[in-house]
Design a protein around this ligand. Sequence first.
Ligand code: PEP
Length: 251
Amino acid sequence: MTAPRPLVAGNWKMNGLKGQLAELSAIRDAVQAGGAGRAEAAICPPFTLVAAAAEVCKGAPLAVGAQDCHANVSGAHTGDVSAQMLADAGAAYVIVGHSERRADHGETDAVVRAKAAAALKAGLTAIVCVGETQVERASGAALAVVGGQLDGSLDGDFPATNIVVAYEPIWAIGTGLTPTAADVADMHAFIREKLETLYGRKGVDVRILYGGSVKPSNAAELMGVKNVDGALVGGASLKASDFMGIAAVYR
Ligand code: PEP
């Protein structure tokens, strides 16, 4: 049994003007020089930079993604962007169900599932985010919460090869806090089991990323946990040196 190829993906969130593309070029050059080793690398800038980022990364081993998409292909949805539009702009990935979208826009598991379906139909790889709150973890409900999110956000009919799951405990996002390696191991083993139930043998190859305050100083420990197939990186993906310091774990 071979482990899936790791993925280190950066989520720039609502950060980045055209000037930030210089940082993207630095990441591209570092990945091209072998800085991410055996891992695949991707950066998900805001919508406004997706096409320009795709241009910067053209022909380079650095993929571009987006941070959300609409569930429909087109239509009367002012301000929204479809997965097909993202693919047309040069994106290969799209994050769906990030906890900030679930919180800020009331996205339910059903909405996330519809968005993931649209992304897959458009030929994108969907990075489906799940994760519990601090209260849920403290009450011992973390596995049940994440299990429910997976049941609601994934579909057994999805092509497993184009799905990535990102486990991001909400209380670890942007806080500097991280779960213990043992807690990450338990959660990722649980997610793997769920994926194998849903997708059979193909569930073994679905990448499960850990996200939440990953930085160069804790990346080796977190990425070394069984069933952790890479990272979804927020704040530390804005600086090439930090992002590459994380990706360097796979060199
Ligand atoms: C994220 O929001 O996807 C994330 C992981 O953020 P941070 O790395 O800043 O905690």
